[in-house]
Design a protein around this ligand. Sequence first.
Ligand code: G3D
Ligand code: MG
Length: 208
Amino acid sequence: MFHLAQSLYDSWNAREEYSVLILGLDNAGKTTLLEEVKSSYIPNYKKLPPNRILPTMGQNVATIKVNKVYLKFWDVGGQDTLRELWDEYYETAHAIVFVIDSCDKDRLVECSNALTKIVTNDLVEGLPILMLANKQDLDSPDKMELVDIKEIFNPIAESLNARDSRVLPVSAITGNGVKEAIEWLQVRVSRNKVNRPPKYRKSKKRSK
Ligand code: G3D
Ligand code: MG
């Protein structure tokens, strides 16, 4: 009896789908990150070489299975004009990944303004926010310390209500830290399921 209940529970869970928006300024590394996520979780996936990744004009979408649930990632362009479109995605989102170029000190203000605009949108209230301090592999004199990035971005993410937020160091190019980031997300969206229920994927019809 227990096994039957367990397998019903597992198959129900296996249909949960959560949408994750990958946001951040252009050039932060969003598309490279999504490529890395796909190659880590999709068997036999052939990663695009970095020189084939062009600035994103439309959107890149990928669904991956993590610990029995599906995470559907949306990488929408980060250029100024495309940022207006982010609002359209909030209503159906379950979490936000905000990618930061750790070596781009010059755009720090623009970057924190973009995050502030996101978290102050009513539709984003209570959603887990994961900030990724990307490009950790670079050894540039301009590279910001992780503690400084945390000091700036943590208070912004937490400004409204108590919500789950975290800054994690990653390299979308080498893949360092990416799996840890995805696991963090999966746990948080599942935990927030009462407030933002998942979409349930239709089970495939059995062939006769
Ligand atoms: P975007 O989708 O946020 O606009 P992209 O950013 O994924 O197109 O990446 C922008 C540039 O940053 C690319 O370089 C890409 O290779 C580089 N990049 C992304 N992530 C990392 C990283 O973790 N480490 C390093 N060293 N570079 C990274 P180009 O030269 O093609 O502009
Ligand atoms: Mg892109």
